[in-house]
Write a protein that binds this ligand. Sequence first.
Ligand code: 4NP
Length: 160
Amino acid sequence: MAVSVLMVCLGNICRSPLAEAALRRHAAQLGVNATVDSAGTGGWHIGDPPDPRACEVAMRLGGLDITGYRGRQLSLNDFNAFDYIVAMDQSNLDNIIAMRPAVSNARLSMLLDHVPGQEGRAVADPYYGDIADFELCWRVVDAAVLHFAQMLAEQNGTRC
Ligand code: 4NP
């Protein structure tokens, strides 16, 4: 059975689509059967493609096309549909915890909790920054997601 992971940020157009794309690739490369999605705690960008700067760095630095992704908002159903819900920063995590229904098996964390020495740190929001902030965001997210995918490979087994 596939392990399921929901990456969550505020708008679902910058950080969490990058994390979604990175996890798809790292999981595939590690042989982890993962269902991956992303969502925002806010609803401003429902139905929107990712920010063009996120699309650009995903392609240029990661070779990944995320232009077909579309924004959606975190919903109550996600708390039972996903094994892991991974927030990009503390504010996202606080919003997720505030929404969590009484019955939910989803394991909640922040992405950088999965990187030794980076526990509790935020993936900085690049939305109000420039392209250099998006480049840094991609590098931070991609490296952190590799750690997360390695944990999945150890805890949930592989297809191989
Ligand atoms: P994200 O960045 O949470 O990484 O997708 C943001 C995108 C949009 C907004 C805020 C953050 N916004 O306020 O519209």
